[in-house]
Design a protein around this ligand. Structure first.
Ligand code: ASP
Length: 588
């Protein structure tokens, strides 16, 4: 090795030792005849002093180096002079007095500063990702990721799971997104699809008798990008045979708790993880991935608001719509401007408007709609919303979907404004009992809420014929701080039932056989009951690292527009390559 110690390692007990360090020059200062170098490696920083009275050549080399030069330093560990210790640095009590400094490599002035985080454009960070990754924050994020994945592998191995790889070049495995296609050279006109997840393959591994499978799996989905989406992302994919829902939930919960405690400093808000049915989540939070770090639950005011003379409310309720509200404690004095800002959030999330009602500290209700709630009704409204003096009530009317989406946005906004979001907490929770299908207006057919392999609840199977919209499934989602961090289900394991679901989502028997014939056939050879789940590694690590985007926890992510900015992908290819693939471009 070119070094005897790491740069984060030396302490007072090493004083007097001869050491060799190697790393990057983080910063260089020339102070009254002495040169100080902060030497950085993955482990930390150590201060190096070059004193011309100790070594002329070390001093001369120290004088010539610049930020990000790679150097090797030989020297003696000594105490920093009294008063110059740095309590913020683990190595802050010592320094290395250089006897010899060798430049291992020079560096151009980097386009982004490594030792200081600045607000440079993300595109610049991604173009020079290898420099961006040198920053302590990014090194820490990648370390958290490593620890999490290592924990997962050890934990599942201790529970008799086998890690099995599945192909990347495969056939469409639909998870509701567009496929990435790979043209075949040897089979002109034919394409592989990159897996949106290993879903079918892991089910086939259950047919194959492995009973407990996992994989740290790359998934590919061609969909519009958002902060928490990437064209390729990583899941912990797992599947088990002979299980019921509770087995998967218990195993995943233990895994998550262990992983968080092992990989980061965050605290889990509540264990066992609270559980909500899908219907409860929508009713109380307006979303199926609620942020459970804070309360601010929605209240259903449909019955009382429908009896008011306020037409927006009464007409909505008469048309079968709903009125819901959110009580913001201590916000009765919100100014017109503040109210307008909150209403704008409701509107961005699809509301037509947001009606406010302030209960003054003296108990008087102040609102543009107060006159439409004559006294007994006003008392009922305040009671329904559990209003206390000094609270503000924010109300919206419309279809359940509109009102829920709007108040979900308002709830997040108010939590921010009220400072209710603890940055150190991870609030996990389960959402269960999803509907099996969602109605697709555009296509005029049922879509699977999760994917088409999810089993309906046994007692709801008869409804598949008569009332598909009422069928509940054995799907479960794990949410954390307002993000869906895992989704899974108990699967269909009988051919007939699988064909029925395929028919309901509009797949013709021929199409079903063509796309999924292998799976349908496999189901006829003794398929065990099975189920699984797939936690998203990127999102979990993002939350554990306290980051806002999954790009911060992926070594080489794509930009928001699905571009790899460092190597510049996607890019054009040689005409020869297209010809081999029998592809002609039509870029009109
Ligand atoms: N394959 C599913 C997904 O990627 C997860 C699962 O059902 O296990 O969302």
């Amino acid at each position: 090795m070119l070094k005897t110690n790491n740069c984060g390692e030396l302490r007072v007990e090493h004083i007097g030792q001869e050491v060799t360090l190697a790393g990057w020059v983080n910063r260089r200062r020339n102070l009254g005849g002495l040169i100080f170098l902060d030497l950085r490696d993955r482990d930390g920083l150590t201060q190096v002093v070059a004193n011309p009275e100790i070594s002329d050549s070390a001093y001369a080399t120290a004088d010539s180096v610049r930020s990000e030069y790679v150097i090797q330093v030989e020297g003696t560990v000594q105490h920093r002079p009294a008063g110059t210790e740095n309590p913020n640095l683990p190595t802050g009590e010592i320094e290395v007095l250089a006897s010899h400094i060798k430049v291992l490599n020079t560096a151009k002035t980097p386009p982004i500063l490594i030792h200081r985080e600045e607000d440079e454009a993300e595109a610049l960070r991604l173009k020079y990702r290898y420099l961006d990754l040198r920053r302590p924050r990014m090194q820490r994020n990648i370390l958290i990721r490593h620890r999490a994945v290592k924990f997962i592998r050890d934990f599942l191995t201790s529970r008799a799971f086998l890690e099995i790889e599945t192909p990347i070049l495969f056939k469409s495995t639909p998870e509701g997104a567009r496929d990435y296609l790979v043209p075949s050279r040897v089979h002109p006109g034919k394409f592989y699809a990159l897996p949106q997840s290993p879903q079918q393959l892991k089910q086939l591994l259950m047919v194959a008798g492995f009973e407990r499978y996992f994989q740290i799996a790359r998934c590919f989905r061609d969909e519009d990008q958002r902060a928490d989406r990437q064209p390729e992302f990583t899941q912990l994919d797992l599947e088990m045979s002979f299980v019921e829902r509770e087995d998967i939930l218990a195993l995943t919960e233990e895994l998550m708790i262990g992983m968080v405690n092992h990989a980061c400093e965050k605290r889990i808000k509540a264990t066992p993880f609270p559980r909500l049915t899908y219907a409860e989540a929508m009713e109380r939070y307006g979303t199926d991935r609620p942020d459970l770090r804070y309360g601010l639950e929605l209240v259903n005011l449909t019955s009382v608001a429908g009896r008011s003379e306020f037409r927006v409310f009464s007409e909505a309720v008469a048309a079968g719509q709903v009125v819901k509200g959110l009580r913001a404690p201590g916000c009765s004095n919100y100014s017109r401007k503040q109210l307008a800002e909150v209403e704008a959030v409701a509107k961005e999330n699809g509301a037509k408007g947001l009606i406010s009602l302030a209960l003054e500290p003296d108990g008087t209700a102040r609102s543009s709609v107060a006159k439409f709630f004559p006294d007994p009704l006003m008392v009922e409204l305040l009671a329904a919303a559990e209003m206390e003096p000094d609270d503000l009530l924010l109300m919206a009317a419309g279809t359940p979907a509109e009102v829920n989406a709007a108040l979900d946005g308002v709830r997040q906004e108010m939590a921010q404004r009220l400072g209710l979001i603890s940055p150190d907490e991870l609030a996990f929770g389960w959402v269960t009992d999803f509907p099996l299908f969602e109605w697709n207006e555009e296509e005029n057919r049922w879509d699977p809420s999760h994917h088409l392999f999810t089993a309906p609840k046994e007692e709801d199977i008869p409804l598949l014929e008569s009332d598909p919209g009422a069928v509940k499934s054995d799907q479960y989602d794990l949410v954390c701080n307002g993000n869906e961090v895992a989704g899974g289900s108990i699967r269909i394991h009988q051919r007939k039932l699988q064909e029925k679901v395929m028919e309901l989502i509009g797949l013709s028997p021929q199409a079903a056989r063509q796309q999924f014939g292998h799976l349908l056939e496999a189901f006829e050879y003794g398929t065990p009951p099975h189920g699984g789940i797939a936690p998203g590694i990127d999102r979990l690590v993002m939350l554990m690292a306290g980051e806002r985007s999954i790009r911060e926890v992926i070594a080489f992510p794509k930009s928001q527009s699905a571009t790899e900015l460092m190597a510049n992908a996607p890019s054009e290819v040689e005409p020869r390559q297209l010809k081999e693939l029998h592809i002609k471009l039509d870029l009109e």
